[in-house]
Design a protein. Structure first.
Length: 476
């Protein structure tokens, strides 16, 4: 944008400088032409007067001497026709067609006193003529071949000075345009960077007020708006977390009342109705737990975005994903068997047992648990493969099930809050599991990859930053 504005503004300023320079060049040429014309006409008038009073041979000799002296001094030719006589000096050729044509016109009492505007790049001399005589007849004429070399040289020098001044003015105007463009656009670039930072981190960056008054006012308005948006988002997160936490007490009270009601009614209680109430309570508790975990994950993500580190905060540590996978497989094996599933841990790949990742260990364990819970819900009865792969500067924690998986078109939407596939809307769940994993892995400077596994099923990859030592070992 700066180059475009600078190009347009600089072009306009240079165009103005070129127009003014062109007008100055024309003015110099015109003024020089007028000076030469007035000077030579004065000389022609002098020779007209001399020719008018030349009556005898002595006068003719004096006239020739004056003509020769003039031609020697100014390097210009003279042709004076007097009766049937012609006097020449300075090398003018009376037989030259142009000279002869001017002399004939003068013999008809038609003078030629104008000089075309002098150009420094032409070489032709100029001719001026004036007849003389009495009131009844033309007695003679004076034709002067004007040497314009000195005038052209003077014009060329003046033009050179004007061109240098014009170039200097253009350079000054370009510099002025650059400073003016920077003065106007620098606050715009800062505002654009602040908008991008607000969108990515949800934390307003301080803006330095600079530029025109309108942009200063815009910067102040943006800071106020950004602070309002940030406060609103923080209040929303706090409200969600506090609301979810506060709802636990009434839900626990409801569950206690249901249990008391079952005890009091005994065999009179409707088993189906009580079971339906308990299922709804479990669904609400599951939803509240998911919302709390999601709020915590999004808070961690905002902290990481604000800090810019990988991962953010003091929770950064170096963990061995293979150990966490082993612990989680041992913890979840009983639940997997109840669902007819097999958890298969594969750590045979080179470096998989010793690979180290830079992340929060508790959050990585939480991510693994969320992914396994997702497998239990939507891939029941299938095998789940877990592995670790060290790839250069990253470490991949891979969890792959052999269930129905997801269509390719739905993979991108799987990390949205409360999103559930069309085929699993009747299954228990909140649609928050993958959203929580996505926020947590990004909060630790990693990336969540969802892929269709070869042979069917869903493959979830938690890609985390590896340690430098581990990367060096892989290269070796």
């Amino acid at each position: 944008m700066r180059l475009r504005v600078l190009g347009v503004l600089g072009s306009l300023l240079c165009l103005i400088a070129v127009i003014l320079g062109t007008l100055m060049l024309q003015s110099i040429s015109r003024n020089t032409t007028q000076d030469v014309q007035l000077s030579r006409l004065a000389s022609v008038n002098r020779f007209v007067e001399l020719g008018t009073h030349a009556q005898d041979a002595t006068d003719h000799e004096e006239l020739q001497l004056e003509m020769d002296a003039y031609s020697q001094l100014f390097d210009e030719g003279l042709l004076i026709s007097l009766g049937g006589l012609q006097f020449t000096s300075g090398g003018i050729d009376p037989l030259d067609p142009q000279v002869d044509a001017v002399r004939r016109r003068a013999a008809l009492n038609l003078d030629q006193t104008g000089i075309p505007q002098i150009s420094p790049f032409s070489e032709e001399p100029a001719l001026i003529a004036r007849p003389f005589g009495n009131s009844t007849q033309v007695l003679g004429s004076v034709v002067m071949e004007v040497n314009l070399d000195d005038a052209r040289q003077a014009i060329l020098q003046s033009w050179g000075a004007v061109v240098l001044v014009s170039l200097s003015v253009c350079a000054g105007m370009l510099l002025l345009a650059e400073r003016l463009t920077a003065w106007v656009l620098r606050p715009v670039h800062r505002l654009s960077d602040a908008v991008a930072e607000l969108a990515s981190t949800q934390i307003p960056a301080p803006l330095q007020e600079a530029g025109p008054p309108e942009l200063r006012a815009l910067s102040r308005s943006f800071e106020n708006m950004a602070q309002i948006v940030t406060d609103s988002l923080a209040q929303q997160r706090e409200l969600i977390a506090e609301t979810s936490h506060q709802l636990r007490n009434p839900i626990a009270a409801l569950r206690l009342r249901v249990d008391l009601l079952k005890m009091r009614l005994g065999e009179k209680a409707d088993p189906d109705g009580v079971a339906a109430v308990e299922r709804e309570l479990e669904r609400v508790e599951m939803l509240l737990d998911g919302v709390l975990r999601l709020a915590s994950a999004e808070h961690r993500l905002s902290e990481r975005s604000a800090g810019g580190a990988v991962p953010a905060g003091a929770d950064a540590e170096t963990v061995i994903p293979a150990r966490l996978l082993t612990e989680e497989v041992e913890r979840q094996s009983a639940a997997a068997r109840e669902r007819g599933m097999l958890l298969r841990l594969d750590l045979d790949a080179p470096g998989s047992r010793t690979a180290r990742a830079v992340c929060n260990g508790f959050e990585l364990q939480q991510m693994i648990a969320e992914v396994l819970e997702n497998c239990f819900k939507y891939a029941s009865g299938s095998q789940v493969d877990l592995s670790v792969a060290a790839r250069g500067s990253v470490v991949d924690v891979v969890i792959r099930d052999h269930g129905p998986g997801l269509p390719a078109a739905e993979l991108e939407a799987a990390t949205e809050r409360f999103w559930r596939a069309e085929t699993s809307r009747q299954s228990p769940g909140t649609g928050l599991g993958m959203a929580i994993v996505d926020r947590l892995v990004r909060a630790n400077g990693g990336e969540l990859l969802l892929e269709i596994a070869a042979g069917g099923g869903l493959q979830v990859t938690l890609r985390l930053a590896g340690t430098q030592d581990d990367a060096g070992a892989q290269e070796a």
